[in-house]
Design a protein. Structure first.
Length: 733
């Protein structure tokens, strides 16, 4: 039996460790509060200001069970990580406390030193790995170097291992029962982190069915690529890939929004048919699952969808996919991504072991401070089947606003022209180019391109108000005729999906490659004609059967799109001069049409249109959904012409896309096929006009336009001394 003095010493020591743990946890929480408040001083907007802006959403939606559970879970994870950290620091103190068991002052000093060293290492590692973090205090100092982080990390790790071994030599059997599992955990975690994703599954190449890969790049403009004359060095890997591709040069998105575009890609239908008229569309109004996925499953495919940014694209397993890769979907994303910039959270995010603990942050491009594009690539690669043919639709979002990454981007004065967003966009093209190059290389290395079809595309373009993008009024547009209307017509805009007159927002990349033995075997060049992203789905079906029309008919699939031509000689059906392509705008938001997008203003302007449901997801209210459809811009393309119908404006705008000129249709005289374009536009959007008819679609309006155009043509030939004012003719006839 130990004597009473020994019992008192042991009891005091045990209390000291317990007190040390709670004192450590209190200090870490105190530092956490300081860090959060410090960030509020630096940020243009904060998580709390976003939450305040969200008060435009009704309280019953803002306090939805799903959102509250997600935010509570995240708060508990923050607390749990700091509790674990406090345990590690306390455990590190144990052997030193045993050496100085009778001197509390020394023990306190030891605790302070170890606490300080741990905090320094976490801050140093955060600054080294994630220099754009707002809490990278040591950025640019010797502490934020690989040598310093490694040295201090190994020193602290050695101390922890020493503490664990020391504890195992203790005669307390009850403590051994706790220490032994802890030692096993500390041994297992480094092994797991080192070996995780270092081995890849062996993929079978025995299937007669080709792997099908749709590789989407958010916001990639065709005119920033070499095939449109851009600098090849801006995206060398993409340009090399496109030089081996069959390129569909004049391709348009059905709408310049990611969710709507992908709904068109995977359904082969326009938004008027598939129900996806806006991002965050109510799921009950959207047609799902995708019929094409049933066809692929029947042909033995595993179907996978992967995207690294889910705030506005909520495609998930309910759409028919076998597997979905990406961050969790939910309204909490906006708040959590803003709160998450904390050193310990940043260091934990990209550990595969913790990915299920931080589902809103892991491989989330929206939280750009820690996003690792190669880790996302690895997750996608490991989701693919090793014994079935694969259908993969993957979307890379690095090129989406706000054009930031976890690394600082240096200023290249040779490329700086005073437009910050456009400069950063160019720099992010380089980064997504490297990501796509790595992804293609991995597919090839694993034999997934031995028999494969690849579709390379973008979901929309991006507007930067560049001089080269602006449309000019045609010579027959006289400012004195309607000066107030001329001034009000916006022919260029920032962003995407905001203005159908901004050609750079609607034109997209679309190319195909056919691989055999890991090498492209397809024809190379540009295919003439008009194409849409809705042509991808019927093209996939066509690849499953020698005769496209028979394949589509046999499966009773209905598409608005057409199979893409697979060579340069085969004529498009229908002919390019007979095809009409439709493009519509999204919800008009004034706060988006600016060079600097303020998330708080955007949320304040739009929040009243949305609700947060019990599952924690934000969706557009069904009543707002139907009302906002009336505010859309609508357009149709034929050859090099675009006809635009604007909301609350009886003017029809005709655009010559080849010469970048726009006309008031009522003042136009020429050979553009505007009559058939107007008929097709009114027919396509007929359901939109049932409750709110558009006068432009009435026969009388069209007859007046025909008379006006005849008069304008005669005037142009000198048969009239002066043309009548088109506006007066429209009003008085």
């Amino acid at each position: 039996m130990p004597d009473s003095a020994e019992q008192i010493t042991k009891t005091t020591n045990a209390v000291s460790l317990r007190r040390t743990f709670f004192r450590t946890l209190a200090m870490l929480i105190f530092f956490l509060v300081i860090a959060i408040n410090y960030k509020q001083l630096l940020q243009y907007y904060s998580a709390f200001s976003l939450a305040n802006a969200m008060t435009h959403i009704e309280a019953e939606h803002l306090l939805s069970k799903g959102l509250m559970l997600d935010l509570t879970y995240f708060a508990l994870m923050i607390l749990a990580l700091h509790v674990c950290w406090a345990l590690v620091i306390t455990l590190s103190c144990r052997p030193w406390f045993a050496m100085f068991s009778s001197n509390d002052n020394v023990k306190t000093q030891i605790w302070l030193v170890l606490l300080l060293l741990h905090c320094i290492w976490v801050l140093s590692a955060n600054a080294y790995f994630y220099p754009t973090s707002l809490l990278s205090f040591f950025r640019g100092t010797p502490l934020a170097t690989g040598i310093a982080v490694t040295f201090l990390g190994l020193l602290l790790l050695a101390n922890i291992i020493y503490a664990l071994i020391n504890a195992l030599t203790c005669h307390k059997k009850s403590l051994n029962a706790l220490i032994l599992p802890s030692l096993l955990v500390f041994s297992f975690v480094p092994i797991y982190l080192v070996t995780s994703y270092t081995t890849t599954p062996t993929y079978s190449a025995n299937s007669t069915q080709p792997n099908i890969f749709i590789i989407g790049i958010d916001g990639l403009r065709p005119d920033h690529l070499a095939y449109r004359g851009a600098d090849r060095s801006l995206a060398p890997s993409l340009n090399q890939l496109l030089s081996e591709s069959l390129i569909y040069d004049q391709t348009y998105t059905p709408q310049g929004r990611t969710f709507v575009a992908w709904m068109g890609i995977l359904s082969g239908l326009y938004p008027t048919k598939n129900g996806a008229r806006f991002n965050l569309a109510p799921p009950e109004l959207v047609d799902k699952p995708f019929p094409i996925l049933d066809l692929l499953a029947a042909n033995g495919y595993q179907t996978t969808y992967a995207i690294d940014e889910r705030r506005f694209n909520q495609i998930d397993a309910s759409y028919g996919f076998d597997r979905v890769i990406g961050p969790k979907v939910g309204a909490a994303d906006a708040i959590i991504s803003n709160l998450a910039d904390l050193p310990l959270i940043n260091l934990a995010i990209n550990f595969p072991l913790l990915r299920s603990l931080l589902p809103y942050l892991y491989i989330n491009r929206a939280y750009g401070k820690t996003y690792d594009p190669l880790l996302f690539n690895s997750e996608v690669l490991h989701s693919l089947s090793s014994d079935k043919p694969n259908f993969l639709a993957v979307h890379f979002c690095q090129l989406h606003w706000p054009f930031t990454s976890k690394d600082f981007i240096e200023l290249d004065k040779s490329r700086w022209h005073g437009n910050y967003n456009h400069y950063m966009y160019g720099e992010m093209i380089k980064k997504v180019d490297m990501q796509v190059a790595d992804f293609i290389a991995n597919l090839s290395q694993e034999g997934l391109l031995d028999n494969a079809v690849v579709y390379l595309l973008s979901d929309h373009g991006e507007g930067f108000l560049l001089n080269q993008d602006r449309l000019a009024p045609a010579g027959n547009v006289a400012p004195t005729d309607h000066p107030e209307q001329l001034a009000a017509l916006n022919v260029a805009a920032w962003g995407h999906g905001t203005n159908v007159l901004s050609q750079e927002q609607s034109q997209v990349v679309l190319a195909t490659l056919r691989y055999r033995g890991g090498k492209p075997v397809n024809p190379v060049g540009k295919v003439e004609g008009l194409f849409s992203l809705i042509d991808v789905a019927p093209s996939i079906v066509a690849n499953l059967s020698p005769t496209a029309n028979q394949a589509i008919a046999s499966k009773k699939l209905i598409f608005d799109g057409l199979p893409l031509p697979q060579d340069l000689t085969r004529a498009q059906s229908p002919r390019a001069d007979q095809r009409y392509i439709f493009v519509e705008s999204s919800l008009p938001v004034r706060s988006i049409n600016t060079s600097f997008i303020d998330d708080k203003k955007v949320m304040s302007e739009t929040a009243s249109h949305y609700e947060i449901r019990d599952d924690g997801r934000a969706v557009m209210k069904p009543e707002s959904y139907h009302n906002n459809i009336q505010l859309k811009q609508r357009s149709v393309y034929a050859r090099h012409w675009q006809l635009v119908m604007l909301p609350k404006d009886e003017r029809l705008i005709l655009v010559d896309t080849a010469n970048k000129r726009w006309h008031n249709l009522s003042e136009y005289s020429g050979d553009a096929p505007w009559e058939t374009m107007l008929d097709s536009l009114c027919q396509h959007y007929h359901a939109d006009f049932i409750d709110t008819p558009r006068s432009e679609c009435s026969p009388s309006f069209k007859q007046r336009l025909i008379r006006n155009n005849t008069d304008n043509a005669q005037y142009a030939k000198g048969q009239h001394t002066s043309p009548l004012k088109a506006g007066n003719r429209l009003d008085n006839n």
